[in-house]
Design a protein around this ligand. Structure first.
Ligand SMILES: Cc1cc2nc3c(=O)[nH]c(=O)nc-3n(C[C@H](O)[C@H](O)[C@H](O)COP(=O)(O)O)c2cc1C
Length: 544
């Protein structure tokens, strides 16, 4: 690692128009648990709500400072090593608040285009100008008053420190960002859907990534449609098509702004570029399977009433902070206290909200069913014997997992476990040492309330879907991680993503001898030990 070349953590585009966004107020707004009830009144989309949408998803949330020494910024979304490879973009027409007229031409437009979000300044930087007609062609394909958000990754930010592992970490971070954006959207009664009909090339041209080359280039990841919820909006997956003429005009128009350089010199990691190339989405997935169309996907099936019924069986604590407070206070625990315990019903409530069929937020942003099961090392949950447990997040996985793992696993449902939760004790005993070893010997995995490994269906899935699905599995894992971070805060605990783990040791424990299932990400939740030597500064103190 060459410290002198540590990449600057912010991508900025200068010499272009900018829009200063407004800052939020963490004390008002819906409570955190209101987000799951799906009855937040949809708010109009305008410069004020868009400002807050970014403020509660991709903005800075604090600075940490060594007294008399260095200070470093932290963000609403977490990132392996705080390196932040994920860039975000707004695509749409921004209207002044108070002037919304349902997208008509008379609305007071602040601007239409593609804007890069700069978290350091909480500012939009214009990369493209779109004429209203071009935008309306897109807008007609998504629900009323919707807009698009694009994500891209700068692998160099991660490879600088982690080398080849940078590809994996960058994609974990995309997953965290997807969940952060989805949850921020939910605060305004907006829904979010990943648009699966776009290829990587189309996404790249839209965001202007196709112009970039070299080690510091941004690689386009995906585009989300975000829109105020309507009665019917949950029921179908959106398709978005950019026609050839439009794409040609984008390709032929140079993007606005001058990009900043992140490091003085670089080290190539060709395998990361090769993997990214191999994982590009080349097909548009226009053909949605009949099952999905008919609503077999529980997240998108329109089984709202059924979901409402099962959500009534979810345990929600009565007291909760505002969603904004939880979102912006989220931090990673650096150490766990080895003592804090968690009430079992709070624990079961967290697990319920990790099953997409019981609780679609934020998982319904991705198309299709859950692909990841959680193998949980329970250390300190009241009434539950310590041991190895599994949370099956998709019913069809149960039999596959039963035939995969060692025959002496006991598959016993814990006492007091809610009926709608496929949660089983597999092996009883103190798992602290095992969890710590698997997590690259990090103590945070053993001294918390629980830690877990996210294990995904792998070989057959990649064969069925294609290589583009490989990063998608990390996105799904990252979304689970983001949800766990927020759940931990809401329960008065703290979480930490564990990107450093030994998958072979985890596989050995679970009896996985092939590639049918693969451990992709780990996580820990517990009572944090706070480092009181560090000072905390306000997120945007540097702007005042
Ligand atoms: C994908 C991912 C992997 C991570 N892996 C580790 C890890 O192995 N060990 C650790 O202590 N922290 C890990 N973290 C936590 C980051 O170090 C942390 O997010 C970053 O320092 C920013 O701090 P914040 O989360 O408090 O904003 C990980 C975070 C993410 C998102």
């Amino acid at each position: 690692m060459d410290w002198a070349n540590q990449p600057f953590p912010f991508r900025c585009y200068s010499d272009t128009a900018t829009i200063d966004l407004m800052h939020g107020d963490d004390q008002t707004g819906p409570s955190f648990f209101d987000l799951y009830t799906n009855n937040i009144t949809p708010q109009p989309v305008n410069d004020s709500t868009i400002s807050q949408f970014f403020y509660y998803s991709m903005a800075l949330s604090a600075w940490k400072k060594i007294p008399g020494g260095d200070a470093w910024p932290l963000r609403v979304n977490p990132s392996s090593g705080n390196l932040h490879p994920t860039e975000s973009y707004l695509v749409g027409c921004l209207q002044a608040h108070g002037s919304e007229t349902g997208g008509s031409e008379n609305a007071s437009q602040i601007g239409c285009g593609v804007y890069h979000y700069n978290p350091l300044r909480h500012q939009l930087e214009q990369r493209r100008s779109l004429d209203l007609a071009a935008w309306q062609k897109i807008a007609r394909q998504i629900p009323a008053d919707g807009f698009l958000v694009g994500l891209s990754s700068i692998f160099w930010r991660e490879t600088w420190k982690y080398g080849e592992r940078g590809f994996r970490y960058a994609n974990h971070d995309v997953g965290h960002a997807l969940a952060a954006l989805t949850i921020a959207a939910a605060c305004f009664g907006w829904e979010s859907q990943l648009i699966d009909s776009l290829t990587t090339e189309q996404t790249s041209i839209m965001l202007g990534c196709h112009e970039q080359q070299g080690v510091e280039a941004e690689h386009a990841d995906c585009i989300l449609a975000i829109f105020p919820r309507t009665e019917s909006s949950s029921k179908a997956r959106l398709q978005l098509h950019f026609d050839a003429e439009f794409l040609d005009s984008l390709r032929g128009t140079k993007c606005l702004g001058t990009v900043n350089q992140l490091s003085r010199s670089h080290h190539d990691w060709p395998i990361v570029e090769e993997t990214a190339l191999a994982c590009r989405k080349r097909e548009s997935n226009r053909h949605i399977s009949a099952a999905e169309k008919d609503g077999e996907n529980p997240c998108r099936s329109g089984r709202a009433s059924e979901m409402a019924t099962s959500s009534q069986k979810i345990y929600f604590p009565t007291l909760s902070k505002t969603a904004y407070q939880i979102i912006r206070q989220r931090r990673s625990a650096v150490e766990m206290d080895g003592a804090t315990t968690l009430e079992d019903r709070l624990f079961f409530g967290i697990l319920q909200r990790l099953r997409p069929d019981i609780n679609p937020l934020p998982f319904n942003t991705l198309p299709g069913k859950a692909n990841i099961a959680l193998f949980i090392f329970v250390h300190r949950v009241e009434t539950l014997p310590p041991g190895l447990y599994v949370l099956v997040r998709e019913d069809s996985h149960l039999e596959q997992l039963k035939s995969l793992v060692p025959k002496d696993f006991i598959w016993r449902r814990p006492m007091r476990c809610p009926d709608n939760l496929a949660f089983y004790l597999l092996a009883e005993g103190n798992m602290e040492e095992q969890a710590q070893i698997i997590s690259c010997h990090q103590e945070i995995a053993s001294r918390g309330v629980f830690s877990l490994g996210m294990v995904a269906r792998f070989d057959s899935l990649i064969r069925e879907k294609g290589a583009y699905f490989y990063p998608r599995l990390f996105w799904e894992a990252g979304m689970i991680g983001q949800q766990l971070y927020l759940e931990a805060e809401a329960a008065g605990l703290r979480g930490t993503g564990i990107g450093c783990y030994f998958d072979d040791v985890m596989h050995q424990l679970l009896g996985i001898r092939d590639r049918s299932w693969q451990s992709l990400y780990h996580f820990t939740v517990g009572g944090p030990e706070i480092d009181t030597r560090l000072q905390t500064l306000a997120a945007y103190h540097h702007l005042t």
